[in-house]
Design a protein around this ligand. Structure first.
Ligand SMILES: C[S@@+](CC[C@H](N)C(=O)[O-])C[C@H]1O[C@@H](n2cnc3c(N)ncnc32)[C@H](O)[C@@H]1O
Length: 248
């Protein structure tokens, strides 16, 4: 783990509020071949669940970070609201959308995901990727899910992921904000207004395995990991959920 990825005793909010963390975010995670594979995989998770029709559709990137998903959604013509608690992260998105000419398509908003101030039923589609584990407590995560469900329209979709403490890949780095597959399902089931459309895990092997493996072996390792992830989702590092809001 490089210096900017070292967590101090401060909360994730403080960690991601640092300019050096925001500036190094993409490069630190998604520039190795293994990092790029994960990035592509996660972008596909979001893109494949976007509404087919984009007319009048409003999408939310919650905990948008440096805008990995914001940019993909804006490129596809969606009107995107990107929110994050960190002004440094919002500044990083601002630079990207300016460079790409997407200023008219993306609205930036400083928000705390467990306490959103958007209107009820405002968004047709919401992604909230790599955020839950950064909310520090399970209570914040439950509140965040509640908020995302409230601001999603009936018939809309919420995509998010959790980090699983049962995964060997996080051995030695467990945090109290990690949630098992079973616990996450229990939390989701406590919200009767949503149903789980899809739930799948990814990465039995650690990110480091992917970063250190010789590039020519990565395709093979990825396929092997994909098969293992399907058989043993409860041991995957990341578990992804696609929820549909049934009613307000
Ligand atoms: C690991 S990054 C993920 C960024 C982006 N979603 C992605 O997948 O690349 C976590 C992001 O969540 C944001 N975050 C953490 N706690 C938050 C909170 N309570 N409210 C809003 N954003 C928060 C951080 O500022 C950071 O940008």
């Amino acid at each position: 783990m490089s210096s900017t990825r070292q967590r101090n005793k401060n909360s994730s909010k403080e960690y991601y509020s640092q300019k050096k963390v925001a500036d190094g975010y993409d490069e630190e995670r998604f520039t190795t071949t293994g990092g790029k594979m994960f990035d592509t995989f996660e972008k596909n998770v979001v893109i494949s669940n976007l509404p087919k029709n984009r007319e009048g559709v409003k999408v939310l990137d919650a905990g948008a970070g440096s805008g990995r998903f914001t940019i993909e959604m804006a490129k596809r013509g969606f009107d995107v609201v990107s929110c994050d608690y960190s002004s440094a992260m919002l500044d990083a998105i601002k630079s990207k959308i300016k460079a790409l000419g997407f200023e008219n398509r993306v609205t930036l908003s400083k928000q705390d995901v467990p306490n959103l101030t958007f209107n009820d039923d405002e968004f047709d589609f919401i992604c909230c990727m790599r955020v839950f584990v950064n909310l520090d407590t399970i209570e914040n995560e439950v509140n965040a899910l509640k908020e995302l469900i409230i601001v999603c329209k009936p018939g809309g979709t919420v995509v998010f992921d959790i980090v699983n403490p049962k995964s060997l890949a996080v051995f030695g780095q467990r945090k109290s904000s990690m949630i098992t597959l079973e616990k996450a399902k229990d939390i989701i089931l406590s919200f009767p207004e949503v149903e789980i459309k899809k739930c799948f895990g990814r990465r039995i092997l650690s990110q480091t395995t992917f970063e250190k493996a010789p590039p020519f072996l990565l395709g093979l390792i990825d396929r092997f990991d994909h098969v293992l992830s399907k058989i043993f989702p409860f041991f995957c590092v990341r578990i992804y959920f696609v929820l549909i809001k049934l009613r307000s």
